[in-house]
Design a protein around this ligand. Structure first.
Ligand code: ATP
Ligand code: MG
Length: 289
């Protein structure tokens, strides 16, 4: 699969209209995509095993999207085959008072993956240039100094801070990739109605979801600017078509596999002494009564 079509090049203004939400590539039916997802899950398991053994690099995967775009399902399906010991998932909601007492990167920096691990952020510091931008009252009521809250360049500055943070992570062994699950407004409506109509899905729906939907255009603008300003060669954004969940999951798994494959991971080399120790230990085990 050519994943380049989803990647947002550095320093290029983003036009979300160029990214069809219902794209499914060569896949017509979900059966073929599900089969290929299964084989990608196996591929991912092997790559994660090397990442873990190597214990030098880590991978941070960020998911951002409108409600019901399929973040939870993508995380659940794509990561279903990997070793739980090597994976860490964090969800970022409305900040707590303690979190608000620190800079907005703090809670995420604390949760960045350890060496050898895959870290997943379900929402992230990008919320601080998305929901906080769409709803000015959040910034107004935050405990930041007034001159910072009133700075007309606050968003540009935050894009710079985020890019610097991701550069810092990259230059210390953590590869960062970002997914925007690009769902259409019509598909979101269908999924909300399904959540209301299906008793097992009722828990997933909240009236806040409909409230946020009424800010659809403002969110699209905020996403467009944030993604355009923070996609870099080292830490790219991928805009993933999200109207067909089966295709989203397959394409996300492909980007993750290709990213890990590009990281030059290797099992640690075993030296002469270690090989000698292995042979001696085996002899000892064989002669044991
Ligand atoms: P689900 O798919 O289950 O709805 P979710 O990620 O939408 O998952 P919710 O508990 O519904 O989880 O929503 C979390 C909310 O927290 C989102 O509306 C998000 O915009 C908000 N949020 C996250 N970070 C911040 C932040 N820094 N400031 C204000 N709100 C935030
Ligand atoms: Mg929600």
């Amino acid at each position: 699969m050519d994943i380049e079509r989803f990647r947002i090049p550095e320093k290029k203004a983003l036009d979300l209209g160029e990214h069809p939400t219902d794209f499914t590539g060569d896949y017509i039916a979900k059966e073929q995509a599900e089969k290929d997802l299964k084989s990608n899950i196996k591929r991912l398991r092997k790559l994660q095993d090397v990442l873990f053994a190597d214990n030098k690099h880590s991978l941070l995967i960020i998911f951002q999207a409108m409600d019901a775009a399929g973040k939870d399902g993508a995380i659940k399906h794509v990561m279903s085959g990997v070793n739980p010991q090597g994976t860490q998932v964090f969800s970022f909601k409305k900040p707590s008072p303690e979190e608000l007492d620190h800079g907005y990167l703090w809670r995420c920096a604390k949760s960045a993956p350890e060496r050898g691990r895959i870290g997943i952020f379900n929402r992230s510091y990008y919320e601080d240039v998305l929901v906080v931008r769409v709803h000015p009252v959040i910034l107004e009521s935050s405990p930041l100094p007034t001159d910072i809250k009133k700075d007309p360049d606050i968003w540009q500055k935050r894009f710079g801070q985020i890019s610097n943070f991701e550069k810092y992570l990259t230059e210390n062994g953590t590869k960062v990739i970002k997914f925007y699950l690009n769902v259409s407004k019509e598909e979101q409506k269908r999924r909300f109605i399904a959540r209301i109509d299906t008793p097992e899905k009722n828990w997933k729906f909240s009236d806040a979801d409909v409230r946020e939907r009424s800010f659809w255009d403002e969110y699209q603008d905020a996403y467009r600017e944030a993604i355009g300003a923070t996609s870099t060669e080292a830490s790219p954004w991928y805009v993933m078509p999200a109207d067909r969940k089966w295709y989203t999951r397959l394409a996300v798994s492909e980007v993750i596999c290709q990213t890990l494959e590009s990281m030059g991971l290797e099992y640690p080399a075993v030296g002469e002494d270690h090989l000698k120790m292995l042979a001696e230990s085996k002899d000892q085990l064989i002669i044991e009564d």
